[in-house]
Every structure is written in C-alpha cells, then in structure tokens.
Ligand binder design. Sequence first.
Ligand SMILES: O=P(O)(O)O[C@H]1O[C@H](CO)[C@@H](O)[C@H]1O
Ligand SMILES: Nc1nc2[nH]cnc2c(=O)[nH]1
Length: 293
Amino acid sequence: MFPETNKGFSYEDCKATSDWLLAQTDIRPNVGIVCGSGLGGLADMLKDQVVFNYKDIPNFPQSTVHGHAGRLVFGTLKGRPCVCMQGRFHLYEGYPIQKITLPMRIFKMLGVETVILTNAAGGLNQDFKVGDIMVIKDHINMPGFAGNNPLVGPNDERFGVRFPCMSDAYDRELQQLAVDIGQELGYGDFLKEGVYCVLGGPSFETIAECRILHKLGADAVGMSTVHEVIVARHCGMRVVALSLITNLVVMDYDSQEKANHEDVLQASKLRAGQLERLVSTVVTRIEPNNNYI
Ligand SMILES: O=P(O)(O)O[C@H]1O[C@H](CO)[C@@H](O)[C@H]1O
Ligand SMILES: Nc1nc2[nH]cnc2c(=O)[nH]1
C-alpha cells in the first residue's frame, strides 16, 4: 500500500481542474511556460489574457515565495495560444511532491505539447558569470537519489509508463533552437549550456556541498524545475528549460559572498527582458504541429 501522501491527484482530479479552466476560456494552449523566481514578467508578454489566481483554481496549491505571483495566465504570443504559470511551487514550501508538479498534468490535459521552464540558479561552473542564461541539457535529481521523485506512488498508465526514460528529458531540437535563437539575438556572450542540479532547499548550499556538486558535473544548482520536467516527460510533453544564473555559488572559504534570495530577485530583473525575448522567439518558432521553423 502507498501512504496517503504518495497518492497524489487522480486522473479524474486533474481532469476536473482542466475542465474547470477550459470552461472559462476559449484559449486552447499548446505551449506551457513556467516562470522562475523574479521572472514573472514572462507572463506579461501574453496578449488577450485570461487570468486565474491559484487560490481560485480547484486542487491548485498557493504560491508562498516572494517573486512568485501565484497566477495562471492564458493568452497568445504572436498569435500562438499559451498558458503561463506566474509562480511555481517548490518542495521546501512543504507541499507533497505530487502537488508541486500537478500543474504539469493540468498543462497536458489543456492540450499543451511543449513546456518551456525557467528558473533562477546558482552558477557552479567556473566559466559562468551572473546574468548568463544556461540552456539546460541534463539534470541531476538529488532528492530523487533518496526516493523523492514525483512519480512515486501508484502509476496511472493514462498519464504515462511506470518507468519513464530520462536520457531524453531535454528535447535536443528545442535546445538547439534556443541556442540558435540566442545567437541570432546577439546573446552569444552570455548564452551557455549545462547540467542543472536540484536540491531540496530552502537553505542555500554550504561550501563543501558546492564543491561536491561541481565535482559531480553540475553547472548550476537550484531548488526547482527537475520535478516538473519528470512529470512533463512522463505524460509525453516536450521540454526545454533555461536557467538564469543569478549568483555564483561560494566555493572558497576565503570568500565573503553570501547567497540570498533578494539578490537572486535583483539579478533576475537585470536579464529578465532578454530572457523574455528568447522565450517568446522560441514560442513563435514552434509550429502547432510541433515542427520548428
Ligand atoms: O527555481 P526558481 O523557482 O526560479 O527559484 C530559485 O530561487 C529560489 C532561491 O533564491 C529557489 O526557489 C530557487 O529554486
Ligand atoms: N540552491 C540554490 N538555488 C538557487 N537559486 C538561485 N540561486 C541559487 C543557489 O545558489 N542555490
């Protein structure tokens, strides 16, 4: 028997939420966007908005973190129908892992085929600078090593298979598209690719932890995204994810630097406009039939 907290939301619960949303908007999104810390401006790019506060959506958790507004925004981006989470949920907020990833299943039921995730992250790669945008090519699911995976619990085949593959988690064509568009927009100097490592948070990393993550091959560290990616891939949506490097992690005992969330939000602001441009251009190059142009 699975304990109650691992049961998550049933297919019928998710359907009830998506039907509730679909009954209140004519927009039928095929792209879903998740805004990272301080990156909620991505949602403001959408035209013809229909906005739902998370507190009004059946089964939805509430945003509790500064920099995450807590609104689900439907709209169009250069004519393409999209849905955008202006605020995401994190493990450290205390929600069960199945609850923080519920919106991915709702996206799927709304008709979303491609998910674009963003996050604020600490740079571990010694070549990274604050303000770099990293196209995520792979992840390390640290909580998953200890069994904290959003797919723990009974598997409903209507969502996906019991043992989903993750070696193709980040769509290679979409990664390339993001890199190409970044180059076209003149972002070459601050556009990177790399591996994102998720930790549970909410405490930032110790120096020893950063050193170990670096040795393990992680380029950036954060407290989100990976759980959403796993659930999105489980139900067959394609994923592209971008980290904004908002701070460089402390790796040296002589350093006086200290990570803090207000600095993360400040740094997000500096590059938010360019990240929005990158995301919106990616959206406009994804054809409804999922070809790229
Ligand atoms: O990953 P997002 O939601 O961008 O937020 C990142 O920023 C917060 C820390 O400043 C953490 O929640 C971390 O995960
Ligand atoms: N874990 C973690 N999350 C972050 N989000 C933004 N910066 C950081 C960081 O340095 N560490």
